[in-house]
Design a protein around this ligand. Structure first.
Ligand code: PAN
Ligand code: ZN
Length: 187
């Protein structure tokens, strides 16, 4: 019997869109992000129906040893002077890590350890981000285009949003971004 060749799902490198397999999608709107942005007044003044980000996921099995694959498409924008970002989370199973790949646009991946220490990685087409266990993560769109990043994570990881309900220890605003750009220039 001849071996058969299966067409796997595809990711379009330019748009970050997934195809060729059953997908699940979830859009998060500005109105869903109560308490996430520092400037509450600016958040209240925004359109609650505005889409901030959309996650497309392959509809794959869950359970021990299974992996989920999803693409986050984060729109450009700001609330006050803080850039649009994902809600951000620790994994419910804290020890479980994840890999992100930058596909489109430019932004930052904010990582925060359990002791509150933060670090930032630049996300751009082709960037690879190894998120270790015990590390909270959030995408931030600092550019003018949609920021798309593909993620692969263990299906058993789960999400713990409540642990960060007080916010991450670092906020990326237009002012902070300018400061960081100066530091890079000055070496
Ligand atoms: C990603 C995130 C996705 C949306 O797939 O779930 O970027 O961010 P929030 O879940 O913080 O709203 C991931 O990290 N999965 O584990
Ligand atoms: Zn995650």
């Amino acid at each position: 019997m001849n071996p058969s060749i299966k067409m796997p799902p595809q990711v379009a490198w330019d748009s970050g869109s997934l195809s060729g397999a059953p997908l699940m999608q979830k859009t998060t709107h500005l109105g869903d992000l109560n308490g996430i942005f520092a400037d509450d007044e600016a958040w209240r003044g925004g359109d609650p129906a505005l889409a901030v980000y959309r996650v497309e996921m392959l509809d794959t099995p869950s359970g021990d040893g299974e992996l989920y694959t999803g693409v986050t498409h984060l729109n450009p924008g700001r609330v006050g002077n803080e850039f649009f970002m994902t809600r951000g989370h620790f994994h419910a199973r804290r020890e479980q890590g994840e890999v992100y790949f930058g596909l489109r646009g430019e932004g930052l991946l904010l990582l925060q350890a359990e002791n509150g220490q933060t670090r930032l990685e630049r996300v751009q087409p082709g960037s690879i981000h190894i998120i270790p266990g015990l590390t909270a993560h959030r995408l931030i769109n600092t550019g003018h285009d949609i920021l798309s990043a593909l993620a692969v994570w263990p299906s058993i990881a789960g999400h713990d949003y409540a642990a960060l309900s007080g916010g991450f220890a670092l906020r990326v605003t237009t002012d902070i971004l300018k400061l960081m750009a100066k530091e890079v220039q000055n070496g």
